[in-house]
Design a protein around this ligand. Structure first.
Ligand SMILES: Cc1ncc(COP(=O)(O)O)c(C=O)c1O
Length: 427
């Protein structure tokens, strides 16, 4: 059965309430926690967003990589519709078993290469949560308990090495080790137990290790921190240091995993295998919250027994059917390969535009994760202009325009985007 044939799509949007009214409601009744672009999205399909007056915008944000397979991918939508109509969607409780969770865990655990091979080859295990930050916290629990149980570190003294410009989410423990003052100021008391080293500084990592160090937590390519690739050999160096000191090496691939950078997993670029990986966003194809921490079976069993963790919605059926469908789409539609090929061509074209622009400081990135750092340090100025021209993009760390469209874009979208970048960066 071809899922695209079974879907009857509505042509209506949620409402036809005018944009001004929506702006007013969101501003009156909602927290002012995002700097907003002035647009109300009414529909999203593939790589395109639509406004009330039917204007189309190319989505170059993809909800920070959540919409990697394109918005409302028919196979993922169909899996959700089937689950809702078939009465196997709602949350039950992980106190019983559900078949969607079983399917999802197996697919996810086996898609990820064997993690932490020094802990054995009995496969991976997966712990499912909702938003990405929850799985970062799961990984922090894993690391601390490993330090306590296996390394004999006194409980409460465990330390994890993290990096400057990191971004791992917004809850208290995670903002506690952010190097952005605005993310944490006034939210104290902050969570102790994190030591910060410059991203790329292997010597700094070695110096930061002491008897209480239990793990290294790193984004194999930084997303919110400005879209930086680590220097060559850095991840390999981290692996060596972790092995030499019996530390867990944990990669947060919430934004850069699942095809975004041209490989299923970003760590595959350098063939450095972590002990645990955190995935989120695109793992459910951008339709329901789902995130996971995946690790070696030995480590998962060492730390997590009944009562040690849990989440009401974590791994609930609706999220899991989306997860199964989204991972199938990733593999069947070769999204990583597409990102590698299209991204290479797009980056070359952006570099060409940049070579004629006085506004661009640097173009960097891999796959369909491309940053354009601007000289004036204010990427949102350009993002607002892009929005007027029919492109949704936002900044990374203030100074960089983030270009991260859905991985299904083709040459037509590439040309559309480059034409508009030319207008805002060169004309
Ligand atoms: C690398 C990384 N980790 C964690 C998170 C937090 O994910 P969430 O916003 O789903 O909690 C993000 C979100 O952008 C991220 O980019």
């Amino acid at each position: 059965m071809n899922p695209t044939q079974t879907l009857t799509r509505s042509t209506q949007s949620y409402s036809s309430v005018p944009d001004d009214q929506i702006f007013n409601w969101e501003e009156t009744y909602g927290a002012n926690h995002y700097g907003r672009l002035h647009m109300v999205v009414r529909k999203a399909e593939g790589a395109w967003l639509t406004s009330l007056d039917d204007k189309k915008y190319l989505d170059c944000l993809s909800a920070y990589s959540a919409a990697n397979p394109g918005h409302h991918h028919p196979k993922i939508v169909q899996s959700l519709v089937d689950a809702l109509q078939g009465n196997y969607a709602s949350v039950i409780s992980n106190v019983v078993y559900t078949d969607p969770l079983g399917f999802f865990l197996k697919k996810c655990a086996t898609l990820v290469p064997q993690l932490g091979p020094r802990f054995g080859a009995k496969g991976n295990k997966v712990l499912a949560k909702n938003g990405g930050v929850e799985s970062v916290e799961t990984a922090i629990k894993l690391a601390r308990a490993y330090g306590y149980q296996e390394k004999g570190i006194e409980d409460g003294k465990q330390e994890i090495i993290v990096f400057g410009n990191n971004f791992h989410g917004r809850m208290i423990t995670v903002v506690s080790f952010s190097t952005s003052q605005k993310y944490k100021e006034g939210f104290g008391p902050l969570t102790p137990g994190f030591v910060t080293v410059d991203f790329g500084d292997i010597d700094g990592v070695t110096k930061a290790i002491n008897k209480n160090t239990c793990a290294i937590l790193v984004e194999p390519m930084q997303g919110e921190g400005g879209m930086y690739q680590p220097p060559d050999g850095f991840l390999k160096g981290l692996r060596e240091v972790a092995d030499a000191n019996n530390l867990l090496l944990i990669f947060d691939e919430i934004q850069v995993g699942l095809g975004r950078t041209g490989k299923n997993f970003c760590f595959e670029h350098e063939n450095v295998i972590p002990d645990a990986i955190i995935l989120g966003k695109a793992i459910s194809g951008g339709l329901v919250p789902l995130s996971v921490m995946v690790t070696n079976t030995h480590l998962m069993d060492l730390v997590f027994q009944p009562g040690r963790d849990g989440s009401t919605y974590g791994g609930y059926p609706l999220a899991c059917v989306a997860g199964v469908a989204a991972l199938d789409v990733l593999v069947d539609e070769k999204l990583a390969e597409k990102a590698a090929t299209i991204g290479k061509g797009l980056k070359a074209k952006i570099l060409e535009v940049a070579s004629r622009s006085k506004q661009v400081k640097e173009v960097r990135g891999r796959g369909l994760f491309i940053g354009i750092e601007v000289n004036n340090g204010d990427a949102m100025v350009y993002c607002r202009k892009l929005l007027d021209l029919g492109v949704l993009a936002n900044d990374s760390h203030g100074h960089t325009i983030r270009i991260s469209p859905p991985l299904i874009i083709g040459e037509k979208e590439v040309d559309y985007l480059v034409e508009r970048l030319e207008k805002v960066l060169v004309d």
